[in-house]
Each structure stands twice: as C-alpha cells, then as structure tokens.
Design a protein around this ligand. Sequence first.
Ligand SMILES: NC(=O)c1ccc[n+]([C@@H]2O[C@H](COP(=O)([O-])OP(=O)(O)OC[C@H]3O[C@@H](n4cnc5c(N)ncnc54)[C@H](O)[C@@H]3O)[C@@H](O)[C@H]2O)c1
Ligand SMILES: O=C(O)C(=O)C[C@@H](O)[C@H](O)[C@H](O)COP(=O)(O)O
Ligand SMILES: [Zn+2]
Length: 363
Amino acid sequence: MKTVTVPIINNSYDIYIDNNLHKTIADFFAGSNFSRTALVVTDSNVGKLYSEKITDLLRTIGFSPRLAILEAGEKTKSFTSAQDLYTEAIKAGLDRKSPIIALGGGVVGDLAGFIAATYMRGVPFIQIPTSLLAHVDSSVGGKVAVNHPLGKNLIGAFYQPKAVFIDLDMLQTLPAREISTGLAEIIKYGLIYDKTFFDYIADHSAEIFTLNNEILRNIIARSCEIKASVVAEDEKETGLRAILNFGHTLGHAIERETRYKKYNHGEAVAIGMLGAAAISCELGFIEEGTVSDIRRILDLCRLPDKCTGCSEAGIYNDLFHDKKTVGGKINWILLDEIGKVHLDDTVPEKVVHNAIKNILFNK
Ligand SMILES: NC(=O)c1ccc[n+]([C@@H]2O[C@H](COP(=O)([O-])OP(=O)(O)OC[C@H]3O[C@@H](n4cnc5c(N)ncnc54)[C@H](O)[C@@H]3O)[C@@H](O)[C@H]2O)c1
Ligand SMILES: O=C(O)C(=O)C[C@@H](O)[C@H](O)[C@H](O)COP(=O)(O)O
Ligand SMILES: [Zn+2]
C-alpha cells in the first residue's frame, strides 16, 4: 500500500493507493464517527461494474447506503443533477454526519463533492475515484463544481474529502481513450513541476497502455504527491495552485466550444497545453525544440495536438470566463522549461490569437 498525505492544516487526509482496497475502505468506514446513512453517487458505466461491491461492503459494516446512478458524461455535471442529488440525500435521511461517497470519474467526483459541500452546509465527503484522471487529479485537492452553460466549473467550492481510495484494479475496465485522458493531466505534472517525471512518462508510455501495475502505481503516486504538495501550500488558489491549471485556459474553452461532446477534459487540456507552449515559445521563454518534445509526448500518449470544430472568436471570447481572468486580464501559465512555469497576465492579444490559430490549424 502506498499512502500519500495531503497535509492541509485542519483538513489533512490520506490517499490510499493499492490493488483491491476493499478491506482498507471497510476499516475506514467502520472506524469512523459517521452516521450510518450514506449516499453513494456513481454513473451508469461505473455503477454497473462497481456499485454493488461498494454498497454490499458498506452494508456488511452496518451502513444503510442509498445509491444514486447518474447518466455518464460531462453533461451530468449540472445544476439539474445537483437538484436530483439533494432530493436523494433528503429522501435517504442523510444528516450532518452522513457521508457522501463519490464512486466514479471526475464528473461524479466534482458533482458529488459539490453536493457534500452544500447539503446541510457540508457533510463528510469520501472519494473512490475510478478513472485514471480521477486517480491522479480530480479526487485530490477539493475543487468541487458544476458547469454553467456559459462556462466550465463556474459554480463550485473548495471542499476537501476525508479520504481518497485509489484502487488500481478498477483501471482494468477503463477504455483506452480514458487512459490517454488521464495521461494528459499526468503530463501536466511533468511540465509544471518535474522534468524527470516528464521523461519517465515518455519512456514508459507503452507499458502504461498495457496497464503495467508497477508503472501505473508509480505514476499515480508521483502525480498525487505533486498535487498534494501544491494544494497543501495554497489550498484556495491564491497563487501557486494556479500552476495546476496549466493548459486549462484554452482547454476549458475548447470543451465548451465543442459542447463537451468532441473532446473530453484531458484531450482538451492536451491541446490547451500546446497552445500555452506556443505562447511561451513566441514570447521567447522556451525553444521550438521544447514545443516538439511536448508534441511528441502527446503523440506517444495518443492525445490530440489540434482542435477542429471551434472558431477562433469563440475560443477567444471564452477565455474571459476563465476563473484566472481578473479585471479583463487573462492570466496565463507559461513554460520557462520542462518542469518550470510562471504566471503572466501581460500576454499581448495578437500572441493569444496566434496561439489559437496554432491549435486550430497547427500553424
Ligand atoms: N476537481 C478537480 O481538481 C478536477 C481535476 C481534473 C478534472 N476534473 C473534472 O473531471 C472531469 C473529467 O473526469 P474523467 O476524465 O474521469 O471523466 P468521467 O467522469 O466522465 O469518466 C470518463 C468515462 O470513464 C467511465 N469510467 C470511469 N471509471 C471507469 C472504470 N473504472 N471502468 C470503466 N469505465 C469507467 C465513465 O463512466 C465515463 O464514461 C471533468 O469534468 C473535469 O473538469 C476535476
Ligand atoms: O486542482 C486544481 O487546482 C486544478 O486546476 C486541476 C485541474 O486539472 C482541474 O481540471 C480543475 O477542475 C480546474 O479548475 P478550474 O478552477 O479551472 O475550474
Ligand atoms: Zn484538469
């Protein structure tokens, strides 16, 4: 078992990473002071595969779980679903000490976390992430949200889970496309924080796709360590934490402009990271060769390097809904070298347009 602690003052918690975590999960709940009514939130794909195992396990240790199964996909991260989940929580008789358990990918985690943060002004929240992206990113750090029609994650909170259980066995059922999706955020960690990790991912991409257990355990644990250390230093994104948003300024715009259908989050972030690299290169912070290295790793990880189906104006206008945009100034995370970034709100409009053209037309 690998355990990574997220050492946030007054809100510290552990991330447990291993194969077959059932006993660890059972021990945690049995030893908790939670009320025995619980809400397990999952989606239609994950529910079929894993919900019975989790609800049975909870029953054996004296809990009465209610199961809410939502339609899989980004559209579910909405106010409508939130309203349905509040109703489920009330009907199940959840009180202030009742846990809400997210069993799924980032969509389920962000939405269930938003319910946990707001139902009765906050109840215990537990993450059982099931996608690679959720293992390495969305289950850690406490950003919870729903989307607004005008922009991604615009309504949300910072609300930390009490524990995160990463069961590596669950990756066995994940479609290959979702492995790539998770890899986009993993590559992000290498780019913003750790060049050695970036090289490790590139060197082991083939083994990742064959679901090599040891390699997956290493990259998941290292990703969680990096995220935990950034979040512990700046939980509410007053400064440093913004580096975790590398590639997301353009990425979120791409997701919204393609109506959350064509590209999933990781794919959009992959393209967004190339856009941010293009800006960094045009402004002289990095060489063309570094941009090529990023293109190469995206290719190895079967991620797109180009966005089709969006207009330049549509993407540009969406940049102003980014949460890092303040006073009309877009705050970019730019690369100084692989493993090092800085924030910059002085990028000229022309350079931004050039970067958008770059990711739309590869020029
Ligand atoms: N809160 C954060 O810090 C944070 C970080 C990154 C991403 N996010 C958010 O996370 C979301 C993306 O998460 P995601 O990529 O996990 O998408 P997702 O939740 O839609 O899951 C991807 C797909 O994989 C399926 N799936 C998940 N686990 C499975 C398994 N073990 N076996 C088979 N199928 C499985 C799901 O049903 C879904 O179809 C976005 O909304 C993004 O904004 C949040
Ligand atoms: O944890 C963070 O901080 C991140 O920015 C992680 C991102 O990968 C994630 O997609 C996050 O939800 C984006 O946050 P937002 O503030 O841009 O909505
Ligand atoms: Zn992300």
